[in-house]
Structures are given as structure tokens and as C-alpha cells.
Ligand binder design. Structure first.
Ligand code: DGL
Length: 215
């Protein structure tokens, strides 16, 4: 059994990719809405929440756990691996490497503010985006809008504020660095236009799950 958790509905985009790749696998998904959003919590709170979620999923029979949240991955996955040595953990990382490979102009990385400020993301940027313009943007407003299922009009207004024309004009790749964002990929696509390629990590995470399960 594969266990998946996120602060809310975001991790469903990861669940979908795993279901596509491994249709036979049993999956249990924990949408931890009570603790939404993780991005406003302290490091020790996020770790405590991650441990609680892990125990819940283990009790349900999970042997492999996907931390389907960028924020929880950067702040808690190493801690989980240390505390649950018999469980395989797979996290989510923004697709900065593929973005660096395909971008010719500039890269936008859109995440939750806490993930945007993390040293892990800065390391990825240093490693894979040399010589490119990078717009590292965190928006809790957009994460909340997705979780609360706001309508297209509200989403568009937030996008206008978060990704102004000036930034779009200098970019050709947009990395979705929060698992909530692929859920509004169509709205984002419509807003940024055809010149910007949108990428996320869902497929890569599913492949990693397959690999770890030896399937
Ligand atoms: N889906 C989470 C992420 O990928 C949402 C962030 C949050 O709960 O603050 O970062």
C-alpha cells in the first residue's frame, strides 16, 4: 500500500500520476486539511505534523510514503527518514533541473513562500539555472485559492498580481513548485500563454515510486 499526504488537496496531482503509472497499486491519501497551510508553520510544527501523518498512514498499512508537498519535503523528509528507517519516503522537488535544460530565456519558479525561501530550492537554482534569469516567487494566496476552490475569476486576479506581464515577458518556462498548482494548470496555461512551458514533478515522482517498489 502506498500512503500519500499533503496539507490538503494538492497531493492529488501526484496521486493521479501514480494511479496512471501503477493502476494495480492500492493508495491511501491523507488530505491534512486541519493543518493547512503548512507554509505558515514552524520547522518543528511541520516535523510533528509529518510524523503524525506518517503514523496514521503506517497504521493503515502503508509501506511506502509519498510526501506530496514541497513544503513538507524540504522541512521534514530527512527527519522522517531518520525516525522511520523501515519506511521508504519519496518527496517532491520542483522540476528546476529540466527547466534549466529547456529554458533559453528565463525561468519562473512558483511555490509556497516557505518552499521558495528554502535552502534546498536555492541549491537547485545554483546547480541547474546558471546564466538564466530566475524569478523565484512564493504565493500563499494562490495555494489558499486552490485549496478553497476559488473560481477562475479570482484565480486570474491572483495570477495577475503574482505573475505580472513584466516577468512573463522575460520567461519561457514556469515550474510549478507546489503540488496545489497542477490542479489549476489549465487556468495558469490560459493566463501565461503559449510561449511559456509549464512543468511539474508529478510524473517524476510516480516514476520514482515505481522504481522503489521494484515494479
Ligand atoms: N501542497 C503544498 C506544497 O506543495 C502546499 C503548501 C502549504 O500547505 O503551505 O508546498
Amino acid at each position: 500500500m502506498i500512503g500519500i499526504f499533503d496539507s490538503g488537496i494538492g497531493g492529488n496531482c501526484i496521486k493521479r500520476e501514480i494511479e496512471k503509472l501503477l493502476p494495480e497499486e492500492k493508495i491511501i491519501y491523507l488530505a491534512d486539511k486541519n493543518n493547512f497551510p503548512y507554509g505558515t508553520k514552524s520547522l518543528s510544527q511541520i516535523r510533528k505534523i509529518a510524523v503524525k501523518n506518517t503514523n496514521y498512514l503506517i497504521n493503515k498499512g502503508a509501506k511506502l510514503i509519498v510526501v506530496a508537498c514541497n513544503t513538507a519535503t524540504v522541512h521534514a523528509i530527512n527527519y522522517l527518514r531518520k525516525n522511520f528507517p523501515n519506511i521508504t519516503f519519496i518527496g517532491v522537488e520542483p522540476a528546476v533541473k529540466p527547466a534549466g535544460l529547456i529554458s533559453k530565456r528565463g525561468i519562473i519558479i512558483l511555490s509556497s513562500p516557505k518552499a521558495a525561501k528554502s535552502k534546498q530550492l536555492l541549491n537547485l537554482m545554483n546547480k541547474y539555472t546558471k546564466g538564466r534569469k530566475v524569478f523565484n516567487i512564493g504565493s500563499l494566496e494562490l495555494v489558499k485559492a486552490v485549496e478553497n476552490k476559488l473560481g477562475n475569476k479570482e484565480i486570474k486576479m491572483i495570477l495577475e498580481k503574482t505573475l505580472p506581464e513584466k516577468i512573463l515577458n522575460q520567461s519561457d518556462v514556469l515550474v510549478l513548485g507546489c503540488t496545489h498548482f497542477p490542479l489549476i494548470k489549465n487556468e495558469i496555461k490560459k493566463y501565461v500563454g503559449k510561449k511559456i512551458k509549464i512543468i511539474d514533478s508529478g510524473k517524476a515522482v510516480a516514476k520514482q515510486v515505481k522504481l522503489k517498489l521494484n515494479l
